[in-house]
Design a protein around this ligand. Structure first.
Ligand code: ADP
Ligand code: MG
Length: 322
C-alpha cells in the first residue's frame, strides 16, 4: 500500500507512464518521437492539413460512476475518432491528459487495455500526455490529416442535397435509460459504452458529402448544426429514421422516434449528398458493413419540417409540424 501511495507521487508517475502508456505500438513513420521526452515530434506528410479535436470525459457527467475502465478507455478514444470521422480525416496521433484519484494498477490496466485495443484497430499512436492526481477526469486530444481542402465541414450543405445517416439510431440512448433505471441494458449496452467510430465511413464519404457531422448530441441537434451553419433548412421524413430494433420495446412509436431523434451517444454520421451519388455511396458503405438511410432533403427555407405517417412533436419551438 505504502509503495503504491509513494508511486503515485514524484518518480512513481514515470513508472506508471512506463507501465501503462509507453511504447504501446508505433504505427506511423511520421511519429518521430513519442512518449518520454518533454514533447513529441511529429512529421505530417507534405500536402496534408492537420485536423485536431479534443474531448474530455468527467465522471458523473459523461459516464456513470463504476463504469468498467476498459470501456472508458475505448469510449474516450472513440468519441475523438468520431470527430475526425465527421471531417473525413485519417487519425494518426493522440495525447492523453489523465487525472486520477490514486495510482490504481487494476484500473489503469483495464483503462489502457480498452484504449490501446481501439488505438491499434485504427492505427493511432499515443505520443504524449500528462498524468495528475485528482478527481477522475480524462482528456484526449486527437490529430489527423486530410489532403489540403478535402475535409468535410458542417457549413456547406446545399438546397436539394439529400440528408443521410449511417446505420441505426437510439440504442445508446435506450441503454443509458435502462442503466439509469437499474437495469443491465443487456445486448444494447455496448452501443453506449463501446461505440464504433465511423472512420472508414467518413473517409469514404469525404469524396461525396457536401457536409457532415457525427451524431453525439442527437440527430435533431447535430443536423441542426449542419443546417444552421449552412444557412439552410430541411424536410425530414420521420418514417425514414433508421431506429434500432431494440426501440420496439418502448411503449409508443412516438417515444421511439423521440429517442432516435434526440438521444445522443450513437456516433453515427449524418451527412448531405447530391442525389446522383446515392447508388455509389449505398454500395460502398455496404461493402464496409454500414447501411445508408436517406432521411430527408435540404431546403432553402430555414427550419425543419417533419413529414411522414408517424407523428412526433418535439419540445421547444423552431419546428414545423405536418
Ligand atoms: P513534463 O513534466 O516534462 O511535462 P511528464 O512527467 O508530464 O513530463 O511526462 C513525461 C513523458 O510522459 C512525456 O513525454 C509525456 O508526454 C508522457 N506522458 C505523461 N503522462 C502521460 C499519459 N497519461 N499518457 C501518455 N503519455 C504521457
Ligand atoms: Mg507534464
Amino acid at each position: 500500500m505504502r509503495e503504491q501511495t509513494k508511486k503515485s507521487e514524484g518518480s512513481g508517475e514515470f513508472a506508471l507512464i512506463e507501465e501503462f502508456f509507453s511504447g504501446r505500438g508505433k504505427h506511423h513513420s511520421e511519429t518521430i518521437l513519442g512518449i518520454g521526452d518533454d514533447a513529441a515530434i511529429l512529421s505530417p506528410p507534405a500536402g496534408k492539413q492537420l485536423v485536431l479535436s479534443v474531448d474530455t470525459m468527467v465522471e458523473g457527467v459523461h459516464f456513470l460512476p463504476d463504469t468498467d475502465p476498459k470501456t472508458l478507455g475505448h469510449k474516450l478514444l472513440a468519441v475523438n475518432l468520431s470527430d475526425l470521422a465527421a471531417m473525413g480525416a485519417e487519425p494518426l496521433w493522440v495525447t492523453l491528459a489523465l487525472t486520477i484519484p490514486e495510482n490504481n494498477p487494476e484500473w489503469l490496466g483495464k483503462f489502457s487495455q480498452g484504449l490501446f485495443a481501439l488505438a491499434d484497430r485504427f492505427r493511432v499512436d499515443l505520443v504524449g500526455g500528462d498524468t495528475t492526481r485528482g478527481p477522475l477526469v480524462m482528456t484526449l486530444q486527437i490529430y489527423g490529416i486530410v489532403d489540403a481542402g478535402a475535409a468535410v465541414c458542417r457549413s456547406s450543405a446545399q438546397a436539394g442535397d439529400l440528408i443521410c445517416v449511417t446505420n441505426t439510431l437510439g440504442a445508446a440512448g435506450l441503454a443509458l435509460r435502462q442503466l439509469q433505471a437499474g437495469g443491465d441494458a443487456a445486448e444494447i449496452r455496448h452501443y453506449l459504452e463501446t461505440p464504433a467510430p465511423r472512420i472508414d465511413e467518413g473517409i469514404l464519404l469525404r469524396d461525396y458529402a457536401t457536409s457532415m457531422v457525427d451524431i453525439s448530441d442527437g440527430l435533431m441537434a447535430d443536423l441542426g448544426h449542419i443546417l444552421g451553419q449552412s444557412g439552410v433548412g430541411a424536410t425530414v421524413n420521420l418514417d425514414a429514421i433508421p431506429m434500432h430494433s431494440a426501440l420496439s420495446s418502448l411503449a409508443s412509436v412516438e417515444e421511439q422516434i423521440e429517442l432516435a431523434m434526440t438521444a445522443g451517444d450513437d456516433y453515427e454520421l449524418c451527412f448531405t449528398i447530391p442525389e446522383q451519388y446515392v447508388p455509389v455511396i449505398r454500395e460502398r458503405l455496404s461493402s464496409i458493413g454500414s447501411v445508408l438511410s436517406i432521411i430527408g432533403i435540404v431546403a432553402e427555407a430555414k427550419g425543419i419540417s417533419l413529414v411522414g405517417e408517424q407523428q412526433w412533436f418535439p419540445e421547444g419551438n423552431g419546428f414545423q409540424h405536418f
